[in-house]
Ligand binder design. Structure first.
Ligand code: 5CA
Ligand code: ZN
Length: 408
């Protein structure tokens, strides 16, 4: 499916620093070391409701990864999926009496608009689960041929321990894995499974649900194999970053990694597993199933500047869990006004340190709050005392546009 229009990126003098990122699997910050093309897969939306600020925060975080790599001279091959057939989507369509395809199409269209408004760089490929079914069937067949699958009734399961490295993404103990698997779409208690953590690869048709004919029988894909198959098809194994919110660490990224290890015979699937913190509202993780949401599209309709929304998100470090409050947006709006005022002055103090400082903070595990403060200091100085560098306002404008996605 098509993505959304790419914002244009201004050129900056010099080059960004090598990007260091926290890797969940290593439990520490490590340098990324992409080749000339950096390869990143970020888990996309399940389109049964509009984009909320939690999604937006996660996609803005990975947008910073892409911007930092581009600035450091790499090409970026970025792939994202859309889980356009899965239980939550089918349940919501049923509840609302709408066709699941229409619901998905409507929400994907809104997601594209939200991402474009927030100046998020589009993935090179945005791939729906439905359009990926032939590749998913191939992947399930290959796992079966390797002896890593078994059937329960007519459903096909992945035997997670066929990957000796199973567990190497999240390093969780078994009790914790079982708890999270049960909470996040898994079926640890289903009778007939060989191990409670084994996950569904291909689900036989259920009454009233969509299914597709295939060489492994009629059915629809399980969740984790969707991302494994799409990532391997478009990016190959050993990608630079596998990304998503921290709620995907287990089981989703653990399962997809193990499936990829068995499919390719090589590990690791990703050199960095990168996870954004959870955004909450009223003390609870913002989630479509809980319904405690602030939608990007609603803020846009209310006339809020997407640059202020983006600044509100960037003011929190991507790895921290935080709670959205109206103050966040007010602070983003005030900052935007100050920055716009400062860059509209005919001259300011030198902006070389702004470019260096923003680059340094971003390269240091995406320290966006630190980067914002660097720009704040320049803006304060410009507004308080002015300066004699006529090219400084232009360089600051280009710096925050190219590296932070803020258009002044
Ligand atoms: N389609 C799957 C991934 S393959 C999925 O998790 N979809 S989602 O719509 O539920 O979430 C989309 C992305 O937003 C995921 O990366 C998820 O981790 C992230 N996300 C969801 N809720 C929040 C939240 N409250 N705060 C931050 N990120 C979130
Ligand atoms: Zn995914």
């Amino acid at each position: 499916m098509h993505a959304w229009p790419a914002p244009s990126l201004p050129n900056l003098p010099g080059q960004g620093l090598p990007l260091r990122l926290y890797d969940t699997a290593a439990a520490g910050v490590r340098p990324t070391s992409p080749g000339s093309t950096a390869r990143m897969y970020v888990c996309g939306i399940t389109p049964y409701d509009a984009t909320h600020l939690g999604h937006a925060a996660t996609y803005v975080a990975f947008d910073l990864v892409a911007r930092a790599w581009l600035d450091a001279g790499h090409e970026v091959h970025y792939v994202q999926n859309v889980t356009d057939v899965d239980d939550p989507l089918l349940e919501r369509a049923e509840r609302d009496g709408v066709d699941w395809r229409e619901l998905a199409e409507r929400e994907i269209a809104l997601f594209r608009e939200d991402m474009a408004a927030l100046a998020v760089l589009p993935p090179r490929e945005l791939v729906g689960a439905v359009e990926a079914i032939p590749g998913i069937v191939e992947a399930v067949t290959a796992l079966r041929d390797k002896g890593a699958t078994y059937d329960v009734d007519r459903d096909t399961y992945f035997a997670v321990h066929s990957d000796p490295r199973f567990g190497s993404v999240g390093h969780l103990d078994e009790a914790e894995m079982l708890r999270l698997f049960g909470e996040r779409g898994g079926d640890p208690d289903r009778p007939g499974k060989k191990h409670p953590l084994d996950c569904l690869l291909w689900q036989a048709p259920r009454a009233g649900e969509p299914s597709w004919e295939s060489t492994i029988g009629p059915g629809r894909p399980g969740w984790h194999i969707e991302c494994t198959a799409i990532a391997l098809e478009h990016l190959g194994n050993g990608i630079d970053v596998q990304g998503g919110g921290s709620d995907l660490t287990f089981p989703h990224h653990e399962m997809s990694a193990s499936e990829a290890h068995v499919l390719t015979g090589e590990a690791p699937f990703a050199r960095h597993y990168v996870h954004a913190g959870m955004v909450a509202l009223d003390g609870e993780k913002m989630s479509k199933s809980r319904g405690n949401l602030v939608f990007v599209s609603a803020l846009r309709r209310a006339g809020r500047d997407p640059n202020a929304i983006r600044l509100a998100l960037l003011a929190h470090h991507y790895r921290s869990d935080w709670e959205w409050a109206d103050d966040d947006l007010a602070a983003g709006e005030q900052r935007l006004v100050r920055w716009r005022d400062a860059v509209s002055r005919p001259a300011g103090p030198s902006a070389d340190a702004v470019l260096d400082g923003v680059r340094r903070h971003l390269a240091d595990d995406l320290d966006a709050p630190g980067a914002l403060q660097v720009v704040d200091r320049w803006a304060e100085e410009t507004l308080a005392r002015g300066g004699d560098q006529a090219d400084a306002p232009g360089l600051v404008t280009r710096t925050v546009d190219a590296l932070l996605g803020i258009r002044l």
